[in-house]
Design a protein around this ligand. Structure first.
Ligand SMILES: Nc1nc2c(ncn2[C@@H]2O[C@H](COP(=O)(O)OP(=O)(O)OP(=O)(O)O)[C@@H](O)[C@H]2O)c(=O)[nH]1
Ligand SMILES: [Mg+2]
Length: 651
């Protein structure tokens, strides 16, 4: 199947999951199990799934054919070479293509914004900083013209380029341009393109990067955008193989972003057509492609299986002219199949994990609440069936006993309310310990110190201090979390010991994951800093950019920690609360039945029938939930006990 169809299937599948989650939320509401917090949690994941995008990032040295490849993979049906691709340096600014319901446009960010502290992500949230050109999607020609902005350059004095961190002494020396008065720089720093193309509409997002050391001068690309892409497509040219600059880029930016697992990575060996030699014919052609791949795989230190020999140029031409033979020759199919199969199935796994992580515990609780409710009703029924209600003393005794139970229960509920208040205070401490104001204060202090220190060494010390401070903050939160966890466990234990509320295992909050992420950011930053191929003059601008992007990332992690702590504090006791409510209702209805029975013995049969009738709807509720869980494709690890048992004992 083609990538297009597979992507369609994937987005259909995602729609089904979204629908199942919506059904689950309805289910909670229908049975009075919904509360504001869990509703928020569910809406959050729904929102996340709705905005799910699959990003494919294309990175390589200049002129390897990234843009041509994008055109041939995705935009051939426009009938033109939609994105500008030409010999030499072409694409001048990183370009994201996606679909935005708001309209069709190209938005361009001034290169001068490099001087500001604001990160790219922050700029993206505010369209007013961008220059916008509207696109006429019915006219590929108009779009093609507008896209010429992607290659726009201008001449500026050397000093200006230097201030922007775009003057590279070493490179200029290589080009013999050290004495130049003026330097050519890109007009734009970043481009966002939205248009209603089928694939983009279905959640595909494409990131095209310029070869021209953009990855080295824009740390956010390497640190945020490449790692978060679903797949990185690294492009080599068959005629040049792995040059020193290809290898530099691979080592500093690509291998880092993909981690050791090399997940979501393809290396395209482009321009295979250039290896064609009439004299050696088909077999010679095949052999030279093979040998080029073999050599390149060895240099990059990765499996040959990750390589895809392709001719992007032939593929684009073949698709535009509907020439099946040429398309076959271009070998684009192999790459398309890889994107469809591997990338999309990986994405499914990730998405399933996200759903499970964010609402799996809620679903588990719903399940155990329903099962407990069924078990209790069943027990009550069996007990009533056995009791000899002819014996008046017996009914009286049972009533007295139930009333006692009710009283001690009410006392315990009061105790629960008291514990809940204590928990509330404790939880607030936890949430406050991660308050964004505290984090921002730490960041503000670092920024101030940083602007004073002019040396890279000084900046490095500052960033170290920032991370130490943030680590301390998290450590504080760890201590508070431990206290809070103990309290939650104690509250649950009390109800478990006294009322047999076995099924509730409180969902516990942990700081570990955020600590891990923070360390990760720190390490990545250090790696980037030490590998960045920047000259002294460029360095301070780049290092500054690097640090603002690290700071931004660290702040995001802590923001999430703060939000998660809040959600957890708000929801952790609610299943227990639901169970307490159920239990209370049960005692009350038992009392009511006993009262009725003591008034007239004839109502015994009625009461038993009433209890029996209650079981059906609970079973139904359970069955619905099980069905929804299947639709959500949630694996709770207990598929064997699908139905409510032991209904067989009920006659
Ligand atoms: N022979 C041949 N030439 C190709 C192929 N793919 C691309 N080219 C040519 O290589 C040149 C560079 O292609 P681009 O797509 O602009 O390369 P790029 O990697 O996007 O380069 P930058 O935008 O500068 O980073 C263009 O002249 C293309 O026509 C191919 O498969 N075979
Ligand atoms: Mg390009």
């Amino acid at each position: 199947m083609e990538f297009k169809e597979q992507l369609h299937e994937y987005s259909q599948w995602r729609e089904d999951i979204i629908q199942a989650i919506e059904m689950y939320n309805e289910w909670r509401k229908r049975y009075g199990l919904s509360d504001v917090q869990s509703n928020d949690t569910i809406l959050n994941i729904l929102n996340g799934l709705g905005n799910d995008r699959i990003t494919l990032a294309f990175a390589a040295e200049f002129s390897r054919g990234k843009t041509e490849l994008i055109n041939s993979l995705f935009f051939a049906e426009s009938g033109v070479r939609l994105l500008p691709s030409s010999p030499g340096r072409t694409t001048m600014c990183p370009t994201e293509l996606f679909y935005d319901k708001e309209g069709s446009y190209i938005r361009l960010l001034n290169i001068e914004t490099r001087k500001e502290d604001t990160s790219l992500i922050e700029y993206k949230q505010n369209p007013k900083h961008w220059t916008q050109i509207d696109l006429d999607c019915d006219s590929p020609q108009q779009m093609q013209e507008a896209f010429q902005q992607l290659i726009a350059v201008k001449k500026v004095p050397k000093k200006v380029a230097d201030e922007l961190g775009l003057w590279n002494e070493r490179e200029a020396a290589e080009l013999g341009m050290l004495d130049a008065e003026e330097v050519e720089i890109p007009c734009w720093r970043h481009a966002l393109i939205s248009f209603p193309h089928d694939l983009l509409k279905e959640g595909l997002c494409i990131l095209d990067t310029p070869g021209l050391n953009a990855l080295g001068t824009e740390p956010e690309l390497t640190l945020n955008m490449l790692p978060s892409a679903q797949a990185i497509i690294f492009v080599l040219a068959a005629d040049t193989g792995v040059t020193k600059s290809d290898l530099d880029m691979w080592r500093s930016h690509i291998a880092v972003a993909r981690g050791s697992g090399k997940q979501g990575l393809a290396v395209v060996m482009n321009k295979i057509d250039s290896m064609w030699d009439d004299l050696s014919g088909e077999s010679g052609y095949e052999a030279s492609i093979k040998s080029q791949i073999h050599k390149s795989a060895e240099i990059l230190g990765i499996d040959e299986k990750l390589f895809f020999p392709v001719s992007a140029k032939q593929a684009l031409l073949a698709k535009i002219k509907a020439d099946a033979d040429l398309l076959e020759k271009s070998r684009l199919k192999g790459l398309e199949t890889y994107l469809s199969n591997d990338i999309l199935s990986q994405r499914r796994v990730i998405l399933k994990e996200t759903v499970s992580r964010s609402i799996g515990f809620l679903v588990k609780e719903s399940l155990s609440l329903t099962e407990t409710k069924f078990k209790n009703s069943l027990m009550q029924l069996e007990e009533f069936k056995k009791i000899d209600f002819e014996n008046a003393d017996m009914t009286g005794k049972l009533m007295a006993e139930t009333r006692d139970r009710q009283n001690s229960y009410l006392a315990n509920v009061e105790h629960f309310q008291a514990s809940r208040r204590v928990f509330g205070v404790q939880a607030k401490m936890l949430v406050d310990s991660l308050a964004i104001e505290r984090i921002d204060e730490i960041i503000r202090n670092t920024r101030q110190d940083m602007s004073k220190s002019l040396t890279t060494y000084g900046m490095k010390q500052n960033i170290r201090k920032l991370f130490d401070d943030l680590r301390d903050l998290l450590q504080d939160a760890v201590d508070t979390t431990n206290e809070t966890r103990r309290l939650v466990k104690a509250i649950h234990k009390k109800f478990r010991d006294e009322y047999g509320f076995k099924e509730i295992e409180p969902h516990l909050f942990s700081i570990k994951q955020y600590q891990f992420e923070l360390e990760q950011i720190f390490e990545e930053g250090e790696l980037f800093r030490s590998s960045a191929k920047t000259t002294m003059t460029e360095q301070s601008v780049v290092v500054k950019k690097l640090y603002s992007s690290i700071i931004y990332k660290a702040r995001e992690v802590l923001k999430v920690a703060h939000m998660d702590a809040g959600t957890w504090a708000n929801t952790v006791l609610s299943p227990l609360l639901h169970q307490i409510k159920d239990h209370k209702k049960q005692i009350e209805s038992r009392l009511q039945m006993l009262r009725k029975i003591s008034g007239s013995k004839e109502s015994v049969a009625d009461s038993i029938a009433g209890l029996e009738a209650e079981l059906g709807p609970i079973k139904q509720r359970h069955k619905e939930l099980r069905m929804i869980i299947r639709e959500m494709q949630l694996d709770l690890g207990d598929e064997q006990k699908e139905a409510l048992k032991p209904s067989a004992t009920v006659k």
